[in-house]
Ligand binder design. Structure first.
Ligand code: DX5
Ligand code: ZN
Length: 213
């Protein structure tokens, strides 16, 4: 299981310190939540702050876009050379074109599914993706409770993924803790995002270790 702490739950007054600390504590990716106040009812960070995160990070960035104009934001963040950029299928009319654009910029493309969106919505895109991110909370805020019926969706997505593109990773985001991580691994998750669980823990290392199963 790869672990991607979400810096949304970091101390923003000490952002560089926290980003360095999660990297030193052994995370695999640094998950960055970009919200525009339109696609979701919250507003987070733009290129100035994400560039400060990129400078502090010694692990690759995993940028999760929760925005209306995906192409604009992909162009904005591409110079920071993230490992992944993920965009929501619910907000993209030309997903295949955007996947190609992200890949042409040297970034791995990923698509996000909201809790209500079935895996079949991206069946014909899986072969072109490096990762599918399944939301296990409604996007917009850290610290929400895990939605249990998402597990069935992961199992279904894994069946599709195993047949169509075994190299495409499955990532989960929202309400992940040491208590549900084993169940998520059994269902087929390869990468977990964890915000409040990691940042509320006294030891980032212990928290990350407990998810590295
Ligand atoms: C929610 C974000 C998540 C969030 C996860 O819209 O995409 O990445 O920060 O936070 P926790 O792990 O606290 O649910
Ligand atoms: Zn996220």
């Amino acid at each position: 299981m790869l672990v991607a702490p979400s810096v949304l739950s970091a101390d923003f007054g000490n952002l560089a310190r926290d980003v360095k600390a999660i990297c030193e504590a052994g995370c695999d990716l640094v998950h960055v939540d970009v919200m525009d106040g339109h696609f979701v009812p919250n507003l987070t960070i733009g290129p100035v702050v994400v560039s400060a995160i990129a400078k502090a990070a010694t692990k690759p960035l995993d940028i999760h876009l929760m925005v209306q104009n995906n192409t604009f934001f992909v162009e904005l963040f591409a110079p920071l050379k993230p490992e992944y950029i993920s965009f929501h299928i619910e907000e993209e009319k030309n997903p295949h074109r955007l996947i190609q654009k992200i890949r042409s910029l040297g970034i791995k493309p990923a698509i996000v599914l909201n809790p209500h969106t079935p895996p079949e919505a991206i069946e014909y895109l899986i072969e072109d993706l490096d990762m599918v991110l399944v939301m296990s909370v409604n996007p917009g805020f850290g610290g929400q409770s895990f939605i249990p019926n998402v597990v069935k969706k992961i199992q279904r997505l894994k069946e599709l993924r195993d047949v169509i593109n075994p190299n495409c990773l499955i990532e989960i985001d929202g309400g992940v803790t040491n208590e549900n991580i084993e169940m998520l691994k059994d269902a087929g998750v390869d990468v977990c995002v964890a915000g409040s669980y990691v940042f509320k823990h006294d030891s980032f290392k212990d928290a990350i270790d407990s998810l590295h199963i």
